[in-house]
Design a protein around this ligand. Structure first.
Ligand code: NDP
Length: 334
């Protein structure tokens, strides 16, 4: 249950677990709804935006006292909707609860049973993977041999961006917040290089070290001081795909960005994007990424938390970098 609006960085007390034993495990006749058992729930940084009493964003705020909404992979148990039958597996918006009654199916996908792990439908083959895919191919305008920099590079989105960029023939460096993550980037995810930004007193100097010839593409996940340093290191006609600014989720000022003038001098194209504007590309994305995965050309790191009760702390952990890879909450074992 979402407790109430906050302006600070989230912590685990912003949600509470409520036990309800009176729920009828059926889809009421005439409701058009279906009942699901939630298997995997997704912890995503964008959910922080729904914890503010602000109505001007692309999703409405959560309602205090209501079940937290988020992406999940669920199994249909009972259905009053002719398009969904018991046994179907679906991915899309559901509740952070054991069982949910689903009325809204606009953004729901039926998952075709194959040999991909079901949890991937909220990660590699879900919203974060899709964000990486459209962000890289549709927004970054990549070219072979481009110098690509990815921040929050070991996370749900960043790890796939880096791997797609490598497959495209780019030179890829990632930043992350621990030596363990840096090691994974270099030795498991195939990045050419990586660094721990927390150990770099001067981000501009660090970027100059990793990109002596400058950056063609910056896949922006964090904002703040990193963005400011990147602006000093972009090459002429470079592209910045602004996917997220996780370091700025709790502040309304632009954290002293001083180097924006470089966008003019270097003719940089800086574009924000939302994955939801590209939903028509989902079939191509699922086909491409499944195929790459099955050929062993990409891999995907997940950080699994067991049980609904661990959801709030797993979610809060996104803002301190506790997660290693895509943060997944295992609601119930399938
Ligand atoms: P991650 O799995 O990458 O988790 C968040 C990570 O951000 C943390 O692990 C941490 O990694 C890093 N981080 C947290 N706080 C800070 C900070 N203050 N400064 C620098 N880094 C920080 O999340 P996702 O991959 O799911 O999301 C990445 C970004 O993409 C987010 O900004 C998100 O909002 C955005 N997004 C945008 C979408 C769109 O359509 N535009 C869709 C989906 C996501 P580390 O240890 O490396 O610091």
């Amino acid at each position: 249950i979402f407790k109430g609006y906050i302006e600070r960085i989230p912590n685990e007390t912003d949600m509470e677990l409520k036990l309800e034993n009176t729920i009828k495990l059926e889809a009421p006749k005439g409701s058009g709804a279906f009942l699901v058992k939630n298997l995997y729930l997704s912890c995503d940084p964008y959910m922080r935006g729904r914890m503010r009493d602000f109505h001007g964003s692309y999703l409405p705020p959560f309602v205090p006292g209501s079940v937290v909404e988020g992406f999940g992979v669920s199994k249909v148990l009972d259905s009053d909707n002719p398009n969904f039958k018991p046994g179907d597996i679906v991915s899309g918006f559901t509740g952070w609860e054991e069982y949910s009654l689903i009325h809204e199916t606009a953004q729901l996908r039926k998952v075709q049973p194959d040999d991909m792990p079901l949890s991937y439908y909220i990660g590699l083959l879900g919203m974060p993977g899709f964000t990486a895919y459209v962000g890289f191919y549709e927004v970054c305008a990549p070219k072979k041999n481009d110098y690509v920099f990815v921040s929050a590079a070991s996370g749900a989105v960043g790890q796939l961006v880096g791997q797609l960029a490598k497959l495209y023939g780019c030179y890829v460096v990632g930043s992350a917040g621990s030596s363990q993550k840096v090691d994974l980037l270099k030795n498991k995810l195939g990045f050419d290089d990586a660094f721990n930004y927390k150990e770099e007193p001067d981000l501009d100097a660090a970027l100059k070290r990793y990109f002596p010839e400058g950056i063609d593409i910056y896949f922006e996940n964090v904002g703040g001081a990193m963005l400011d340093a990147v602006l000093l290191n972009m090459r002429n006609h470079g592209r910045i795909a602004v996917c997220g600014m996780v370091s700025q989720h709790s502040v309304s000022d632009p954290q002293g960005i001083r180097n924006l003038f470089n966008i003019i001098a270097k003719r940089v194209r800086m574009q924000g994007f939302l994955q939801s504007d590209y939903l028509h590309l989902i079939p191509r994305f699922v086909e491409d990424v499944t195929s790459l995965y099955k050929q062993g050309k990409i891999t995907y790191l997940e950080d699994m938390n067991e049980g609904l009760e661990s959801g709030p702390s797993a979610f809060a952990g996104l803002f301190s970098g506790k997660n290693i890879g895509k943060q997944v909450e295992v609601s119930n074992r399938p």
